[in-house]
Write a protein of this length. Structure first.
Length: 291
């Protein structure tokens, strides 16, 4: 999410805090060559703690889904300038990773919780030409590699060794970019991606223009030429599957946020934040199944 949108969201969330304190005191059709994802339900997304991203957690067994939002950023993290958290992911062995960015600077931060509950931070110094924003992470099924993206209109995704999982990483060393996924079609304002398999991703795009695929806020499928590694670049074939649901009591600009695929149930979930004041009342996490 860019600075302008974050300022708007922060102002609305501040209004929610005020209202809470006062209360206490007184579909576009899918592409024929790809899967069809059908909406099966929705849940209200709390604008303070569920408005940026989400992930299902397999380890430990029975763990609850995890969400991120402005209200989930620890004070000790935000006080050091890491004031925006994006869409997280969790490896199948239980490592949980949150992506962070600051309003300015030359680095991104990935905050990792190990299966034993301990936290560590991995900082990536921006490569030449790399955008500052850090909206999402997606961990490969083998756990060794992590994808991330950049804001705006892009034709690539970035590949990193997964911090805390890949043996080459250390909190005391720069987390380097290892490779690139080159896309065959531009994407815009991707807010989250998750792996369906070693060579397939689903991504949520906050594209407000609709000029790339014929409609705004698309759900995207990216088919990779090979599983990502740090030794070679791969290519990705992009397909727009459908428009994400845009329903609210308010009119205006919606914001597509994080995405999660739970392989245990086959459920896809995507957060869509409502426009205007309705960010407080009817933002949703939508559920989909494949058919």
């Amino acid at each position: 999410m860019p600075l302008r949108a974050r300022q708007r969201c922060h102002a609305l969330l501040a209004a929610l805090v005020t209202l809470t304190a006062t209360a206490l005191l007184a579909a576009a059709p899918p592409a024929s060559a790809a899967d069809t994802w059908t909406e099966t339900g929705s849940d209200r997304a709390n604008p303070l703690t569920e408005s940026q991203g989400l992930t299902s957690v397999e380890v430990p067994a029975g763990a609850a889904n995890r969400y991120t939002g402005i209200g989930t950023i620890p004070l000790g993290v935000s006080s050091r300038g890491w004031n925006h958290v994006g869409d997280p992911d969790a490896s199948y062995d239980g490592h949980y990773i949150e992506p962070y960015q600051a309003d300015s600077g030359t680095a991104k931060m990935f905050r990792v919780q190990a299966p034993d509950g301990t936290w560590s931070e991995y900082v990536h110094t921006l490569s030449s030409g790399e955008a500052l924003n850090n909206s999402w992470v997606a961990i490969s099924p083998d756990g060794q590699w992590m994808l991330s993206g950049e804001w705006g209109t892009m034709t690539r995704l970035l590949v990193f060794p997964t911090p805390g999982v890949n043996a080459s990483t250390s909190p005391s060393a720069n987390l380097p970019q290892a490779a690139t996924v080159t896309l065959d079609h531009a994407v815009r304002d991707v807010q989250g991606c998750d792996f369906l398999s070693a060579t397939q991703l689903l991504c949520s795009s906050d594209d407000p223009a609709g000029t790339l695929f014929g409609y705004t806020k698309p759900l995207l499928q990216i088919d990779l030429s090979a599983a990502p590694t740090g030794s070679a670049n791969v290519t990705g074939h992009v397909t727009a599957l459908r428009q994400l649901p845009l329903r609210s009591s308010c009119s205006g600009e919606f914001e597509a946020e994080g995405i999660d695929y739970d392989r245990r149930t086959g459920t896809l979930r995507v957060i869509v934040v409502s426009p205007g004041f309705c960010v407080l009342t009817d933002s949703k996490t939508y559920r989909f199944t494949r058919s």
